[in-house]
Design a protein around this ligand. Structure first.
Ligand SMILES: [Zn+2]
Ligand SMILES: [Zn+2]
Length: 117
């Protein structure tokens, strides 16, 4: 094994530790206000790419999926091209309230155990 390869592996291991422990370094989701763990980051086009949008915003995967479950691309482009506009929608406000009580890495797998209680 070459020295360069060992070095790269050590760097990768160090980086993995940083990603799992340095939660305070995680970007904040503009929708729900919680930090976004590395494995939950999704780029959302504020105006969908199909509507000519270029600006993206990093959100939780679960927040991102919720937006696309609620709105069509045409609606996003026409009525909700900003985070502020999205937050004013009652269904989005309800979702934010709900998801804010969850840990930052929350995704479907936790929903399953909650249902069993
Ligand atoms: Zn999106
Ligand atoms: Zn979020």
């Amino acid at each position: 094994m070459s020295l360069g390869r060992i070095k790269r592996q050590q760097q990768a291991a160090a980086w993995a530790r940083v990603l799992t422990t340095a939660a305070s370094e995680d970007p904040i989701c503009p929708l729900c206000g919680r930090p976004i763990p590395a494995d939950q980051r999704d780029a959302h086009h504020l105006v969908p790419r199909s509507q000519g949008g270029r600006l993206t915003q990093v959100l939780h995967r679960i927040c991102h999926r919720q937006l696309h479950a609620l709105f069509t691309e045409a609606e996003l482009a026409r009525e909700y091209p900003t985070i502020e506009a999205l937050k004013r929608h009652p269904a989005v406000a309800r979702f934010i309230h709900w998801v804010q009580a969850k840990p930052p890495g929350f995704m479907e797998k936790i929903r399953r155990s909650a249902r069993r209680r």
